[in-house]
Design a protein around this ligand. Structure first.
Ligand code: FAQ
Length: 349
């Protein structure tokens, strides 16, 4: 039973159409293809969720696999820059918090891989695509964490940008992704808060600590703005996925709108902490009711995406090594499942 079984319109006709359509990996004849289009469009127009059992256009399915997998990969690769500081956290309290945060990121990866699997792709395949460079992860995780203040900057800026991007995904049209995002966003809020608090404390510390905090913010600000993706509105818009993904209710806002919301939210927070943001063009524009900000270096973004960021090679190398070293855990889990299945057969006989 899913939410889209109910609704103000004739859900019964929809259920009948859904049950009549072949499963998603079977070829469609012309009549079924037309029925699928009507059924899918009707759900999207009514702002209902599409569920794993529902027939869906292949392009919709592939878009979600790409986006959810990239998101899942980002969560687990994103454990590395912060994991780098677990053994060097400045106090037991900071260490406990950081360990909890890094574990949360592993959990997010787990929810997202599981949600992606409902689209008919295996986790092995998705990980293979990551390890062989056929799928990306967020550009942000190709930057190094040079000082403890970087942990604060990641929490405040990177998790802050992630929340801005992901809260609308709680209303994504694909049910399993939307539901996974609800919990992810709750946890990200705690992450952002802990980053803010690290920088708040450093900004009230010694001169060296204040400089360290400012230096971290200077390095993470622009890459955080790049996280939202390339420009997709106005003259600078590049040809991307936004228009189609918005029409399908996957994305709810453009990359540019979310970037602007993030800037508007973050500038007053920076003022409260007492740190500056490294952009001489940043100023309030009363006519627009938003902050104006300088040009993002999209050439750097492209360079990082094409593999030439400061840490691309190290991140994948580490991930592949961790995967290989974890082979025995997967083998043990599979052996356990096989043993349980054997016992069930013996028990039933
Ligand atoms: N990095 O047309 P669009 C986190 C690619 S989680 C790399 O705008 P789309 C939690 C894009 O794939 C962070 N690639 O694409 C955490 C496409 O490439 P393709 C991850 C990027 O999909 C915090 C091309 O550029 N969050 O931080 C990036 O409609 C701290 C054209 O772009 C998500 O994945 C980028 N930044 O929109 C963990 C959220 N931006 O396939 C640890 C879900 C764009 O055509 C520590 N994803 N590209 O070759 C999304 O919301 C979307 O996928 C966007 C991109 C907004 C990222």
């Amino acid at each position: 039973m899913y939410g889209n079984d109910y609704g103000p319109d004739d859900a019964a006709t929809r259920t009948e159409t859904r049950d009549r359509l072949p499963r998603r990996d079977e070829p469609l004849n012309a009549a079924d293809a037309a029925a699928l289009e009507g059924y899918f469009d009707e759900l999207i127009d009514a702002d209902q969720r599409i569920e794993p059992r529902d027939a869906m256009p292949e392009a919709y399915r592939q878009t979600l696999i790409r986006m959810m997998a990239q998101h899942a990969h980002s969560e687990i690769i994103g454990m590395q820059p912060e994991g780098n500081w677990i053994t060097r956290a400045p106090s037991l309290r900071r260490k406990a918090i950081l360990m909890a945060k890094v574990q949360d990121e592993a959990g997010h990866g787990l929810y997202l891989y599981s949600a992606a699997e409902t689209l008919g792709v295996t986790r092995e395949e998705l990980l293979d695509r990551l390890h062989t460079g056929r799928q990306k992860y967020s550009s942000i995780f190709n930057y190094p964490t040079l000082t403890w203040a970087d942990v604060g900057a990641i929490g405040w800026l990177v998790d802050g940008a992630a929340i801005m991007n992901q809260v609308p995904l709680c209303r994504c049209s694909y049910g399993p992704y939307a539901r996974a995002m609800v919990r992810v966003c709750k946890e990200e809020s705690f992450h952002q808060r802990q980053g803010f608090e690290i920088l708040w404390t450093l900004a009230r510390g010694t001169e060296a600590q204040q400089e360290m905090a400012q230096d971290a913010v200077n390095r993470w600000w622009w890459p955080s703005l790049m996280m939202f993706g390339p420009p997709d509105t106005g003259e600078a818009a590049t040809k991307g996925h936004t228009a189609q993904s918005m029409a399908w209710g996957i994305k709810r806002f453009s990359n540019d709108d979310l970037r602007q919301k993030f800037v508007d939210m973050t500038v007053p927070q920076a003022e409260r902490i007492g740190l500056t943001l490294p952009d001489p063009d940043l100023r309030w524009n009363p006519e627009r009711g938003h902050y104006d900000f300088g040009a993002v270096d999209w050439a750097e973004f492209k360079r990082v995406l094409s593999g030439d960021g400061p840490c691309n090679a190290a991140r994948i190398e580490h991930r592949v090594r961790a995967h290989e070293e974890g082979a025995w855990v997967r083998e043990a889990a599979n052996a356990y499942v096989a043993k349980q299945a054997d016992r069930a057969v013996v028990g039933a006989a």
